[in-house]
Design a protein around this ligand. Structure first.
Ligand SMILES: C[S@@+](CC[C@H](N)C(=O)[O-])C[C@H]1O[C@@H](n2cnc3c(N)ncnc32)[C@H](O)[C@@H]1O
Length: 248
C-alpha cells in the first residue's frame, strides 16, 4: 500500500484497523470503513477524529450490500470477522454474507491489490465461516490470484486463521502463463516458493531473507515438476518477491 491508495476496511468495529489503514494511505488516500452497527461506526469515527485523520469515509451498511466504489479501483481490503469486542456479541459476521462481501472485494480490487481476512473459529458459526472463506479462496482462478492460509496456533482447533489473497498484477499473470522454464529457472507458486525458501534456509546458511525476485537454492530441493535444483540455481517466484541469499 502507498500514500494516495483507496482501501476498504470491511469490518470497521472499534476502528483500530481503520486507523492503521488511514495512516498508510495518507491525506491524499481514502479509506472506506464499513460496519453494520451504529455503535461500531460511532466508535471508529471517534478514534479517527481523535487521531486527527480526515481521509476516512464511513458506511453504515452490511458489507454484503453493494460497495460504493468502481470496479478495480481498490488497493487493499481488510476483513476482521466476528463480533464487536466489548459488545453483547449478538451481531457477528456470518458465512453467507461474508462470502458475498468477498465477491465485492474481488470485483473492487485492482491488479496487484490484496485482501486480508482474519477469521475466528471459537464462537458459534465461526468454523463454518472460516470454511466458507477457505472454499472461496479455492474457487479463485489459480493464475489470477495467490492465496495464503495461516493458522495462528495449529495445536488449537479454534485458533484464528489469517488469509492473504493477492490479485496478480497483469504483467505477472502474463509471465505466469507465458514464461518457459529455462535450464536453470522455473516459475513456481507462492506457497511452493515459501516452502523452498524454508528448505533453503534450514541448513542455517541463508544470510538474509530480503525482498527481491529470486531464490538461490542452498542444497538440493526438488520442484513440483520433479526437477532437482542445486545450490546456486535460481528460482523465480511468479508475482512474488522474496530471495534467499546463501553464504556460498
Ligand atoms: C472483530 S470486529 C472488527 C474489529 C475492527 N476491525 C477493529 O479494528 O476494531 C467485527 C465487526 O464486524 C461487524 N459486522 C458484523 N456483520 C457485518 C456485516 N454484515 N457487514 C459489515 N460489518 C459487519 C461487527 O459489527 C463488528 O464491528
Amino acid at each position: 500500500m502507498e500514500p494516495g491508495d483507496t482501501v476498504i476496511d470491511a469490518t470497521a468495529g472499534n476502528g483500530h484497523d481503520t486507523l492503521y489503514l488511514a495512516g498508510l494511505t495518507g491525506e491524499h488516500g481514502r479509506v472506506i470503513a464499513i460496519d453494520i452497527q451504529e455503535t461500531a461506526v460511532a466508535a471508529a469515527r471517534q478514534r479517527i477524529t481523535n487521531a486527527g485523520q480526515k481521509n476516512v469515509d464511513f458506511q453504515l451498511q452490511s458489507h454484503a450490500d453493494p460497495w460504493p466504489v468502481p470496479p478495480q479501483t481498490v488497493k487493499a481490503v481488510m476483513f476482521n470477522l466476528g463480533y464487536l469486542p466489548g459488545s453483547d456479541r449478538t451481531t457477528t459476521t456470518a458465512a453467507e454474507t461474508t462470502r458475498i462481501a468477498l465477491q465485492h472485494a474481488e470485483e473492487a480490487l485492482q491488479d496487484g491489490g490484496i485482501i486480508t481476512v482474519i477469521s475466528y473459529r471459537g464462537h458459534p458459526g465461526g468454523a463454518e465461516e472460516e470454511a466458507a472463506v477457505r472454499n472461496w479462496c479455492e474457487s479463485l482462478a489459480e493464475g489470477d490470484f495467490q492465496t495464503l492460509r495461516h493458522v495462528a496456533d495449529e495445536k488449537h482447533e479454534s485458533s484464528p486463521v489469517l488469509f492473504v489473497i493477492r490479485k496478480q498484477a497483469a504483467l505477472d499473470r502474463e509471465l505466469a502463463v507465458n514464461s518457459e522454464p529455462t535450464e536453470k529457472t522455473e516459475t513456481i507458486e507462492l506457497d511452493r516458493f515459501l516452502k523452498m525458501a524454508q528448505l533453503a534456509s534450514s541448513g542455517g546458511q541463508a544470510k538474509h531473507l530480503i525482498r527481491s525476485g529470486e531464490i538461490q537454492v542452498n542444497g538440493e530441493v526438488e520442484t513440483r515438476r520433479g526437477r532437482k535444483l542445486r545450490h546456486g540455481d535460481v528460482v523465480t517466484a511468479s508475482g512474488e518477491d522474496y530471495v534467499i541469499e546463501t553464504d556460498a
